[in-house]
Design a binder for this molecule. Structure first.
Ligand code: ADP
Ligand code: MG
Length: 463
């Protein structure tokens, strides 16, 4: 169990997880202002600036927060929010406005069971449906193929269906929409959505517990397997082997398989040829970045589903300036909303411009790949990749590994879990620990700090 003094530590760990899962500007807008203030009676108390802030967190990030807390502590803690009321006497300043019920987890499982989900894998997000997926030239074909597969799982020539496209373009949304649609229409009863890193971790855990037969039986029992981000299978020989057998079995029994990847299947390095040739015989559809009209349509749809009345010139301004992907578009909208509500100004073109000027800096920061970070750190320490991700604990290798993990957290959008996978399948808590160690040593060891800064410079130059 955790002691009541652990609250800062617990919340810090939650923040680390959350940071890896949402865009940087969303994180700084909605999560940095939250303050953990205590653990009392089995609840972690979080203080938020105002009621609007709480409403927004509750409607948009409830599961993100609750999920991270579950990962960090197991199921033991609930969350209570308090809000600072500045116009009340100081004794009454903090008011508790929400308690997540104790049986929160249980109710989710019940719901999942009713909708035909089984417990392994990850819960399907019910908000990802075809109805709110805006169609445009960039995604038309991928959307049509997804609808066909959802309506007729295992019975179209599109098995497996492979969806590929850059980050934030809607792959996960489409994948889950297929699952939601097939479940709600009864075209499939057992649908499993799982990200490839979760699949890998689950498989590793099964090996450790001698439960690989259970693992395999579970995945072979589904009607529909939705596997997200298969690029994470690269260089994971054993996982690929296992997946290959599951894949064949499902395929032979006409069960539907849908996969997503961030690059065309043929460009997936470190994937077994026989797996690649399976994908080759399938239908591959791509999603491109949305064009201007589609960006405008997406913004309109998001605004209306959030009950917002955005002036057209604001929508057009955002669509013209935020081009990279849909996730950035959403992030921009949220940031603008935060500004307007916290500063009590209307959403107008001036505000959009101001927010853009500020987020411009965030966008320019760019992202470097974790492979590049490993290469740069390896070169700086004269260590090869195998040692960096391997088991060696010599001082120099251990230090290089910690620094590489730290830089991966700082400069990529990958989750701690995924970073761990890139370092020889280490646990996310190892990554958390490494980042902490680096931060601490940077403050009390000048030489070390200089070394990290110089490597960081190289990473920045690689962007
Ligand atoms: P990916 O998996 O490709 O990285 P996601 O599916 O997570 O991207 O999409 C990022 C965000 O953008 C999600 O909130 C998703 O709902 C939204 N999104 C992406 N494409 C569309 C679209 N065509 N219409 C509406 N929302 C979209
Ligand atoms: Mg995705």
């Amino acid at each position: 169990m955790y002691s009541t003094g652990d609250y800062r530590h617990i919340w810090d760990n939650c923040l680390q997880l959350i940071k890896g899962r949402i865009p940087p500007q969303t994180y700084s807008t909605w999560f940095q202002p939250i303050k953990a203030i205590s653990i009392t009676d089995g609840s972690l108390f979080l203080q938020v600036p105002n009621k609007f802030f709480y409403d927004w967190l509750d409607s948009h990030y409830k599961e993100t927060i609750q999920g991270s807390l579950r990962e960090v502590t197991g199921n033991g803690l609930s969350i209570k929010y308090t809000v600072l009321l500045t116009d009340t006497p100081s004794e009454e300043k903090e008011k508790i406005i929400e308690t997540i019920p104790e049986n929160y987890n249980r109710s989710i499982n019940l719901k999942s069971a009713q909708s035909g989900m089984i417990e392994r894998g990850t819960r399907i997000n019910e908000n990802y449906v075809f109805e709110n997926f805006v169609e445009g030239n960039s995604n038309q074909f991928a959307r049509a193929a997804s609808i066909a597969v959802a309506n007729n799982p295992g019975k179209t020539p599109f098995n497996p269906l492979v969806i590929y496209g850059g980050t934030g373009l809607g792959k996960t949304h489409l994948l889950q929409a297929i699952g939601n649609n097939a479940l709600s229409t009864g075209h499939a009863n057992k649908v499993v959505y799982v990200s490839s890193d979760t699949f890998t971790l689950d498989f590793i855990a099964a090996i450790q517990k001698n439960k690989t037969t259970d693992f395999s039986r579970y995945y072979r029992s589904v009607d529909m397997l939705l596997l997200d981000d298969i690029q994470f299978f690269q260089n994971k020989e054993q996982t690929q082997e296992q997946f290959f057998h599951i894949f064949n079995d499902l395929y032979q029994h006409n069960r539907q398989i849908v996969l997503t990847t961030d690059r065309p299947p043929m460009e997936l390095k470190g994937l077994q040829d026989r797996l690649l040739s399976r994908f080759q015989s399938s239908l591959t559809v791509d999603i491109q970045p949305p064009d201007l009209e589609t960006r405008i349509a997406i913004l309109n749809k998001k605004a209306s589903s959030d009950g917002l009345d955005l002036p057209y010139d604001v929508i057009e301004f955002i669509a013209q300036n935020v081009k990279s992907n849909v996730r950035e578009l959403e992030g921009f909208l949220i940031r603008m909303l935060a500004y307007s509500s916290l500063m009590q100004v209307d959403i107008e073109l001036d505000l959009a411009r101001k927010v853009f000027r500020e987020t411009g800096a965030v966008e320019k920061k760019g992202i470097v790949s974790i492979e590049d970070i490993q290469k740069i750190v390896g070169t700086s320490y004269s260590i090869n990749l195998d040692s960096l991700v391997g088991k060696s604990r010599t001082k120099e290798v251990a230090e290089a590994r910690m620094v590489a993990m730290y830089l991966a957290r700082e400069h990529t959008n990958l989750s701690l879990k995924t970073i761990g996978i890139y370092f020889g399948g280490r646990d996310h808590s190892t990554v958390v620990h490494a980042c902490k160690c680096v931060e601490e040593r940077k403050t009390d060891n000048e030489q070390f700090s200089a070394r990290v800064i110089s490597i960081q410079e190289k990473v920045r130059n690689a962007i």
